[in-house]
Design a binder for this molecule. Structure first.
Ligand code: NAD
Ligand code: UDP
Ligand code: UDP
Length: 328
């Protein structure tokens, strides 16, 4: 007999959120997706709409929300630097005021609540790889601060609601995640490189391409989030979720060019301010307490992601209104 729950996913129409909603529905839970469609889209969840267990609500979580739920996955927040820097004040608001509202909701209904935090809480790290005990190096006044400090403050709120109001909380520090379902104009490195390679456009490397990131395939990440939610109540985290494989952006560009068979050239552009130099998760804690580690390596994950983007581009005639889809 499975334990059927009503689960709220904020940011459920976004990239990770829509994969998470799909997985929770597969497990026969009732899923309520709350999203204001800032970076998410209804097309991400259109295949879920016919499911009687699924419900989508257009709502901005910086305003209070009244719903009865058993669990909350708080994912609402733009994640791509291009999008979170487009309206930085709103980014801090959704991170902080959104967290307060979702914590208030969890408190009222005694719901368990998981926060999608980020490796950005480590800023540009002096410690490598990054364990959860590392306190980070974030510039509080730079262009990334709206996101980094917003997410750090959200972690503070989660732990204070835990200590002050005995809420059952789970904090996941998510490292760079990619896969099918990212927007063509998401602006993050994996989608940019693939879209550029498929369109025969120059691959834009910011800086000299020596900076590193660790890329986790979305199915692995969602598996980690669900496992974390299922841990005993006293296990709050924070816990790193990411793939420890580490690549320079130059290596990523070359891999994407090889896997797409593209003739695109590489073009170097200025490095954005405060861009972290290197990043790799220490996932010892996830291995021990979740029995979790990523299964999909970068090459296999990119193949699936490339195939998905190819299909988006092939559908160009029906989506021609979006100039960003005009390739070639
Ligand atoms: P995304 O931008 O695709 O999804 C975010 C979703 O939140 C979108 O659907 C957006 O419309 C929604 N949203 C934004 N503001 C909202 C508001 N005020 N009210 C309601 N909905 C709102 O990003 P993603 O990659 O799916 O990231 C999901 C979460 O995971 C984010 O919280 C992000 O910070 C976190 N995260 C992601 C990564 C990654 O690499 N993808 C890494 C670390 C952390
Ligand atoms: N809140 C909400 N839904 C609820 C309960 C609370 O959106 O079901 C919001 C509420 O509007 C408040 C925030 O969550 O702004 C924090 O609630 P809490 O009870 O912790 O604090 P208080 O209401 O005392 O400020
Ligand atoms: N980047 C790049 N070209 C792009 C987009 C991003 O070289 O078209 C770099 C970016 O400067 C950063 C890395 O790729 O060093 C990862 O960027 P992304 O925006 O995906 O995520 P971040 O980890 O920086 O939040």
């Amino acid at each position: 007999m499975y334990d059927k729950k009503r689960i709220l996913v904020t940011g459920g129409a976004g990239f990770i959120g829509s994969h998470l909603c799909r997985r929770l529905l597969k497990a026969k839970h009732e899923v309520v997706c709350v999203d204001n469609y800032f970076t998410g889209s209804r097309s991400n969840i259109s295949s879920l709409m016919p499911d009687p267990l699924f419900e989508a609500i257009r709502h901005d979580i910086t305003s209070p929300l009244h719903l009865e739920v058993d669990e909350i996955y708080n994912l609402a927040c733009p994640a791509s630097p291009v999008h979170y820097q487009a309206d930085p004040v709103q980014t801090t608001k959704v991170s902080v005021q959104g967290a307060i509202n979702m914590l208030g909701l969890a408190k009222r209904h005694k719901a368990k609540i998981l926060q999608a935090s980020t490796s950005e809480v480590y800023g540009d790290p002096e410690m490598h790889p990054q364990p959860e005990s590392y306190l980070g190096r974030v510039n509080p006044i730079g262009p990334r601060a709206c996101y980094d400090e917003g997410k750090r403050c959200a972690e503070t709120l989660f732990f204070d609601y835990h200590r002050q109001h005995q809420l059952v909380i789970k904090v996941a520090r998510i490292f760079n995640t990619y896969g099918p379902g990212m927007r063509v104009d998401d602006g993050r490195v994996v989608s940019n490189f693939i879209v550029q390679a498929l369109g025969g456009k120059p691959i834009t490397i910011y800086g000299d391409g020596s900076q590193t990131r660790s890329f986790c395939y979305v199915d692995d990440l969602v598996d980690g989030l669900i496992r974390l939610m299922g841990t005993p109540d006293h296990e709050a985290g924070p816990i790193n979720l990411g793939n420890p494989g580490e690549f320079t952006m130059l290596e990523l560009a070359e891999l994407v060019i090889r896997l797409t068979g593209s003739r695109s050239r590489i073009e170097f552009r200025p490095l954005p301010q405060d861009d972290p130099t290197r990043r790799r998760p220490d996932i010892t804690r996830a291995r021990v307490s979740l029995g979790w580690e990523p299964r999909v390596n970068l090459t296999d994950g990119l193949k699936d992601t490339i195939a998905w983007f190819r299909r988006q581009i092939d559908q160009r005639p029906v989506r021609i209104v979006e100039p960003v889809l005009a390739f070639g």
